[in-house]
Ligand binder design. Structure first.
Ligand code: HEM
Length: 488
């Protein structure tokens, strides 16, 4: 173990850097880099600077200059998430929460605040809550799921195929996962533009986020009560009837967790894969030539642009060591998925194809490893494949350097992906994408969707958007925050 140059618990040696907040260096107290503000505009570049200066585990500052470690090494990240005896996801262990520097008024409070859900639980309570989630997931029939994803894709493509142009973020990537998740949860009637907008809005943490969160929570609570009274064959009913005996509140909170975790990550993944295929001639050529399948392109994207770039956070339960750093009990650590995925020790050549290698960090690892990864992969694989089959002549409708991203510490998503293609008529959504509907010869996309379905009946298009959520009721700021924090 090397000697310490910094402790996130706040015992910095001031001689090691410029004076606190030195404007000449643009660094924060203790000469530490900030993961927010101007320097963090290009987080990828900042992580590489930190790796060069500090190695696999670097001391940094979060908003309000709260100290934390960012874990940059692939092996160090894996070790942290897989060692529950040393690291927990329970933020109440964090010194910065205990001393109030990362309290309820911290800008990242919604990411930090402890909630009674499986992501923050440990030990037996984690097993109980996660067991109910994975038990309900195990009842999903993947064959029917893939068929549904294909149909939902056809329905979305039908809405814009006659126009010859679309924004594949706003009109496709942000809709497909919501449609599929509402179906999985057993509430397909709740899939509509309002649900999509409210979920996106609450994830962005905008002024209307509290009202949007109330809307989503209201829908999920009502659905929980409906299924408690009349169970059906869906995820929600299996969650309710699991031997773990979740309360109605626990069920609704876990529906929210599943909906949000799954929606944001899968929407990002679909947008990233489509952008990669449309802008990187290598991928398009390999897909066209059959040397690469859509699932392989998805896996490459999970290495290069993980849908969640970091998770805040893990917290040290006892004094320990990570990447040569002394970690004190109560220290906070940022799970660095994006920097871990480009650790030069596992990827000396970033341009090299990672085909067949699934050891990226995109789904986490250890006891909290994402239990929904096969669902996320299925939505991206089938959706992208079916879209490219329907519109194989899709081209980017702007210069690549005009594409814009919205980035935060935890994720980075494309704002728009404008494309053009030859206009063509809508297609029967129950059918597998058909070559006959296409105006010119198609490339040889790798088909992974299920076989055609028997019924020729056309499906209705998605319902019209109801008005956006009403502003939050007139509660005090603190009450509004607590409701938002707890997900009510
Ligand atoms: C591309 C899609 C997805 C990605 C990249 C992704 C990624 C992740 C990550 C990084 C974590 C946190 C791991 C940690 O705390 O160490 C997580 C947790 C979780 N994910 Fe996913 N996820 C995806 C899709 C889904 C889907 C489709 C579902 C459900 C249908 C889901 C449900 C969950 C749940 C319930 C947890 C909490 C597990 C626990 O703490 O025990 N995710 N996911």
């Amino acid at each position: 173990m090397t000697s310490e140059s910094h402790s996130p618990t706040g015992t910095d040696d001031p001689t090691l850097g410029p004076p606190p907040g030195c404007p000449a260096h643009g660094l924060g107290p203790g000469g530490l880099h900030r993961l927010y503000g101007p320097e963090a505009e290009d987080l990828g570049a900042l992580y590489e600077k930190l790796r060069a200066e500090h190695g696999a585990v670097a001391p940094v500052l979060l908003h309000n200059d709260v100290p934390i470690w960012v874990v940059l090494g692939h092996g160090e990240n894996l070790h942290m998430v897989s060692t529950p005896q040393h690291y927990a996801r329970d933020s109440r262990l964090w010194t910065a929460v205990q001393d109030g520097t990362a309290g309820a008024d911290h800008p990242l409070a919604p990411h930090i605040a402890w909630q009674p859900i499986c992501s923050h639980a440990e030990g037996d309570e984690h097993l109980r809550l996660r067991g109910a989630v994975t038990g309900a997931m195990s009842t999903i029939d993947f064959r029917s799921l893939r068929r549904y994803i294909n149909r939902a894709t056809q329905r979305l493509v039908n809405e814009f195929c006659e126009l010859g142009k679309a924004d594949l973020v706003g009109q496709f990537a942000e809709h497909l996962p919501m449609s599929v998740l509402c179906e999985i949860l057993g509430m397909p009637e709740d899939y509509n533009d309002r649900m999509v907008h409210a979920t996106r809005d609450l994830l962005k943490g905008t002024e209307t986020a509290i009202a949007s969160n109330e809307y989503v929570m209201g829908v999920l609570t009502q659905h929980t009560l409906r299924r408690r009274a009349n169970p059906e064959e869906d995820f929600t009913s299996h969650l309710i009837n699991h031997p773990a005996r979740l309360t109605d509140d626990e069920v609704a909170q876990h529906l929210r967790l599943v909906l949000l975790a799954a929606y944001e990550a899968t929407a990002n993944l679909i947008a990233n894969v489509l952008r990669m295929v449309l802008t990187d001639p290598r991928f398009r050529a390999q897909l066209n030539g059959g040397q690469m399948t859509v699932p392989e392109a998805v896996e490459q994207s999970l290495w290069d642009e993980p849908p969640f770039s970091a998770v805040l956070g893990y917290f040290a339960k006892q004094e320990t060591e990570l990447g040569g750093r002394r970690i004190r009990k109560g220290d906070g650590l940022l799970f660095g998925i994006a920097p871990g995925n480009v650790d030069p020790r596992v990827r000396p050549d970033l341009a090299a194809n990672m085909q067949g290698n699934r050891s990226h960090l995109a789904f986490g690892g250890g006891p909290h490893e994402c239990p929904g990864q096969d669902i996320g992969r299925a939505i991206a694989d089938v959706g992208v494949d079916a879209l490219l089959l329907r519109l194989p002549d899709t081209e980017l409708d702007c210069k690549e350097d005009e594409l814009r991203w919205r980035a935060s510490m935890s994720s980075r998503h494309l704002v728009e992906l404008p494309v053009t293609f030859a206009p063509r008529p809508p297609q029967d959504v129950m059918q597998r994408p058909s070559v006959n509907a296409l105006p010119r010869q198609r490339p040889n996309w790798q088909v992974t969707t299920e076989a055609s379905e028997p019924s020729p009946a056309p499906q209705p298009v998605a319902p019209q958007a109801p008005p956006t959520p009403e502003p939050a009721a007139r509660l005090g700021a603190w009450q509004r925050f607590l409701r938002w924090w707890r997900g009510y």
